[in-house]
Design a protein around this ligand. Structure first.
Ligand SMILES: Nc1ncnc2c1ncn2[C@@H]1O[C@H](COP(=O)(O)OP(=O)(O)OP(=O)(O)O)[C@@H](O)[C@H]1O
Ligand SMILES: [Mg+2]
Length: 291
C-alpha cells in the first residue's frame, strides 16, 4: 500500500485540512496519521465515531509505546487507530513538541509500520518541516507533498524548505521523483499559480514538480475542522481533493507498475465509502472536540 506524506514550509497553508480531505476522498481505504511534531489538531476538530472526543493517548503515542516494548516492528496498526464520526480512520498524533520528543526514538519503527501497513494506504500530516520533523517517515514515503500558497514569501520559504529537505532524503535515488508541490489557490488562478511556483523552483535549481492544486475554500476548510454542517462533497476544496487524490493514485500506480497509463490506470474514482464519510462527518451537527 502507499505512504503519502503532506507537509509545508512556513505559514500553516492548510496541511491538516488537505490531509483530512485527501484521506477522506482517497480512492481506496486510507488511514490518516497525524505526525506533526508541533502538535496534532484532530482531537480538537473531529469527534470519534461514538460522538465523544478522540483519545490523545491512542494513536502514535500507543504505537510508540508498543514499538519500544518490542524488538520487532509493531505491524498491527489496528489497535492504535480511532474512527472519526463518519468513518475516517486516524492515528492521532502527539499533543506538542514535548510529547513528540518522547516518541522520537520510535520514529524508525513507526515509519516501518506505516510503510508496511497492509490494509490501507497511509496519508501522513507531517506539519511544518524542520528539526523536529520525523524524517524516517518521509524517507519511507512513496510521495512527499509540500503544500504552499502562491505568495512571494511562502514560495521563498518553500524554496528554503526544499533546500533543507532534499539533501536529507538524498540517500534514495528516487528522491527527486517522489517529492512534489501542491499549491493552495483560488481555482480561477490555480493554473497560473502552479506555473509561477514551478518557474521559481526551476530557477532555483530544484527539480521538484508541481503536482496539483487545492482550492482556496474557507467554508469547506472550516467544515473539515468540524465547524460547519452542510454537505461538503461538492465544495471546491473536497471536489478538487478528489481529483488530486485520483491523479496521485495513478502516479503511485505508475511508479509501482511501469506499464503505459492506459493499461494500468485505476478505474475512475466513484463516491467511495471514505468519500461518504466526509459528508457523514459534516452532515450532522458537530462542535469542535465533539462536545
Ligand atoms: N484550502 C483552504 N482554503 C481556505 N482556508 C483554509 C484552507 N485550508 C486551511 N484553511 C484554513 O487555514 C487555517 C490553517 O489550516 P490547517 O490547520 O489545516 O493548517 P496547517 O498547515 O495544518 O497549520 P499548522 O502548521 O498550524 O498545523 C485554518 O483556519 C483553516 O480553516
Ligand atoms: Mg496542521
Amino acid at each position: 500500500m502507499s505512504l503519502v506524506v503532506l507537509a509545508a514550509g512556513k505559514g500553516a497553508p492548510g496541511v491538516t485540512t488537505v490531509a483530512v480531505a485527501l484521506a477522506a476522498v482517497w480512492p481506496r481505504p486510507a488511514v490518516l496519521v497525524e505526525a506533526d511534531s508541533a502538535g496534532g489538531d484532530l482531537v480538537y476538530r473531529l469527534p470519534g465515531a461514538d460522538g465523544r472526543p478522540l483519545a490523545r493517548d491512542r494513536g502514535l503515542l500507543s504505537l510508540a509505546a508498543a514499538a519500544a516494548r518490542s524488538d520487532r516492528v509493531p505491524a498491527a496498526l489496528a489497535e492504535h487507530v480511532q474512527r472519526v464520526a463518519g468513518g475516517l480512520d486516524v492515528l492521532v498524533g502527539p499533543a506538542g513538541l514535548i510529547q513528540a520528543a518522547g516518541i522520537a526514538a520510535s520514529w524508525p519503527a513507526m515509519a516501518a509500520a506505516l510503510a508496511a501497513h497492509p490494509d490501507a494506504d497511509v496519508v501522513v500530516d507531517a506539519g511544518r518541516l524542520g528539526p523536529d520533523t520525523p524524517l524516517p517517515v518521509l524517507a519511507r514515503a512513496d510521495l512527499v507533498l509540500l503544500l504552499v500558497r502562491p505568495t512571494v514569501a511562502a514560495v521563498a520559504h518553500l524554496r528554503a524548505t526544499l533546500g533543507w529537505l532534499m539533501p536529507r532524503l538524498a540517500g534514495d535515488a528516487r528522491t527527486a521523483d517522489r517529492v512534489g508541490v501542491v499549491v493552495r489557490a483560488d481555482p480561477r488562478h490555480a493554473a497560473a499559480a502552479r506555473r509561477e511556483v514551478a518557474e521559481v523552483l526551476a530557477t532555483a535549481g530544484l527539480p521538484v514538480p508541481v503536482l496539483g492544486a487545492v482550492a482556496e475554500d474557507p467554508a469547506a476548510a472550516a467544515g473539515l475542522a468540524g465547524q460547519w454542517t452542510r454537505a461538503l462533497d461538492r465544495a471546491p476544496l473536497v471536489a478538487g481533493a478528489r481529483d488530486l487524490a485520483g491523479a496521485l493514485d495513478r502516479r503511485l500506480a505508475a511508479d509501482r507498475d511501469p506499464l503505459p497509463a492506459s493499461m494500468s490506470a485505476s478505474p475512475p474514482t466513484s463516491r467511495s465509502a471514505p468519500t461518504a464519510a466526509v459528508d457523514a462527518v459534516v452532515d450532522r451537527p458537530i462542535r469542535v472536540g465533539g462536545r
